[in-house]
Design a protein around this ligand. Structure first.
Ligand SMILES: [Zn+2]
Length: 237
């Protein structure tokens, strides 16, 4: 199924993805409810596409964080939900959406067959969240869990907090088992990662904090440097 601006694909019968350029949204389908995770750049008519895909299910829109490639189409929806720690950043980026609802750590979004728990994982942005269904081993973590380059420069970015968040996820993987993090559904680049990535992310972030990585020209006009570590890269100060 293709719309002019969007490419729709399937990860599982109840987990679809919608790609807009280089960003990817996820659409989670329950029997009666559906959750759209992020809204892309907002260059196209996302809401009617999602409505068609979700059928008569009750739709909820959840933002992993407030970056522009995830929030572009928020005004196409009546209400969206994000962690309140992200509200300042959303407001600074062009206004808090009219219908914004708080989404707290520990909330369980129950779709029936799948149950996604909200985890607060600050660092990439202050109110970045992940949705985790340990029973099916699915984690959706926005930009926070990927090989990057991960944007870690500018207001609100905090490498120490991000490393702590990655350690939290790695610790949960040790406690719950590798199967609980078997499918990390990504917003950029690779479609799916697995929890073995946490070791690379933690080591890379700690190396940056220790001043062990040397920055390269970022190849863009962004006010940052490009840092490469094994298995992860950062745009950072
Ligand atoms: Zn992004």
């Amino acid at each position: 199924m293709t719309d002019t601006d969007y490419r729709v694909g399937t990860f599982a019968p109840d987990i679809l993805f919608i790609e807009e350029g280089h960003v990817r949204m996820w659409l989670l389908l329950g029997a009666r409810k559906a959750i759209l995770v992020d809204t892309g750049f907002g260059r196209g008519e996302l809401a009617p596409l999602v409505r068609r895909l979700a059928g008569d299910r009750q739709l909820r829109v959840v933002l992993t964080h407030g970056d522009g490639d995830h929030t572009g189409a928020v005004e196409q929806f009546e209400r969206v939900a994000a962690h309140p720690a992200e509200f300042d950043y959303l407001a600074a980026r062009g206004g808090l959406p009219r219908g914004i609802d708080p989404l707290w750590e520990g909330t369980v979004l129950d779709l029936g067959a799948a149950r996604y728990e909200v985890l607060l994982i600050p660092g990439h942005t202050p109110g970045s969240i992940a949705l985790h269904d340990p029973a099916r081993g699915v984690l959706i973590a926005g930009d926070s869990v990927q090989r990057g380059p991960i944007f870690m420069f500018g207001q609100g970015r905090n490498m120490t907090a991000w490393v702590a968040s990655m350690k939290r996820l790695a610790e949960a993987r040790r406690e719950l088992g590798e199967a609980a993090f078997a499918h990390i559904l990504s917003a950029h680049h690779d479609l799916v990662l697995d929890g073995s990535i946490f070791a690379d992310l933690i080591a890379g972030g700690e190396a940056w904090l220790a001043g062990e990585l040397s920055g390269e020209d970022p190849g863009t006009d962004r006010p940052c440097r490009l840092y490469r570590a094994p298995g992860v890269a950062f745009f950072a100060p």
